[in-house]
Design a binder for this molecule. Structure first.
Ligand code: HEC
Ligand code: HEC
Length: 249
């Protein structure tokens, strides 16, 4: 009886502890789900940054973007974010062109951690005109990428030599078990360009490492190429460093 009473007195304490544990558990579950949703949004945004009309499967624009002042990209390609903001997100390395073609347009780095709303309104302003072309959910995904998905590539790629700083041996482990499945162990299984002027993984990685790093992290729009976003930036950079050792032709 005495035992029973003591247990009864402890009941509020034990139920409080149980409730607290449960709420911690559920908040962890909610946070994990939130984290996954966040990652998916960032990934979608990264694919849209690469090529929003291909990723959305909408007809490409037929005109050249009125704000485009560079020489490299005419027509639809001038509407892609890298045409103006570069693959380095700093406006220096643009579009499909492998050479520097800065138009003096600001990069997107300063809007890291900016509120999603302000990024979406930039995308609808006169310099951009994406409202109506990209659905609201796509604009939000782009904002997630700008706010929380971009990285400072200068930490990993030398601007002069274009060399990636990663660990090639670690990169080879990842490349040979994941990327090689589609690209072949020498990166030459898929040719991204013409037979006369072929481009393989090694070619793109050596000439435009910024573009390659973006695609290693986000995947390639439209095709089955995987995103490595769930892994660390160091992993991505290690893969990049290894791909720079693959044959150019
Ligand atoms: C034709 C050129 C062009 C294209 C394409 C373009 N932008 Fe811009 N972007 C600009 C210009 C010019 C500015 C500076 C003026 C302004 O802030 O509106 C700018 C500014 C920005 C800014 C604000 C940067 C800051 O620090 O204030 C963000 C973020 C941005 N762009 C994201 C994007 C995204 C995402 C895409 C692709 C969906 C894109 N832009 C496509 C020209 C372009
Ligand atoms: C499931 C298949 C698949 C996997 C896995 C895969 N890729 Fe790809 N990748 C593709 C396809 C398909 C393309 C597009 C080919 C084309 O445009 O002709 C592509 C394109 C590319 C490009 C060229 C992009 C461009 O337009 O400049 C690079 C570089 C690349 N992949 C590197 C990698 C790396 C590195 C990995 C591993 C992290 C990887 N890929 C994993 C299928 C894959």
């Amino acid at each position: 009886m005495r035992n029973y009473l003591r247990r009864l007195r402890l009941l509020p304490v034990t139920s409080f502890v149980a409730l607290a544990a449960m709420s911690v558990f559920f908040s962890l579950v909610v946070r994990a789900e939130h984290d996954v949703a966040h990652l998916r949004y960032v990934n979608q945004g990264g694919l849209l940054y690469d090529n929003w009309y291909v990723h959305l499967g909408t007809p490409p624009p037929t005109d050249t973007h009125p704000g485009y002042t560079g020489v490299g990209e005419q027509g639809a390609a001038s509407w892609r974010c890298p045409a103006c903001h570069g693959w380095d997100y700093k406006g220096d390395w643009g579009g499909s062109a492998q050479e520097r073609q800065s138009q003096g347009i600001t990069g997107i780095r300063n809007m890291t951690d900016a509120p999603l709303r302000s990024i979406v309104s930039v995308l609808k302003n006169d310099a951009h005109r994406f409202g109506g072309r990209i659905p609201e959910e796509g604009l939000t995904a782009l904002a997630y990428f700008v706010a929380g998905g971009q990285i400072d590539m200068d930490h990993y790629i030398d601007r002069i030599t274009r060399r990636a700083s990663g660990d090639r041996v670690r990169g080879a482990r990842i490349y040979q078990t994941i990327c090689a499945k589609c690209h072949g162990d020498d990166g030459k299984f898929l040719n991204f360009n013409t037979a006369e002027n072929p481009q393989f993984v090694g070619t793109v990685a050596t000439r435009n490492p910024w573009r390659t790093l973006h695609k290693i992290r986000m995947g390639q729009p439209e095709v089955d190429m995987v995103s490595m976003l769930a892994f660390t930036t160091q992993d991505h950079v290690d893969v990049l460093a290894y791909t720079q050792t693959l044959p150019l032709e």
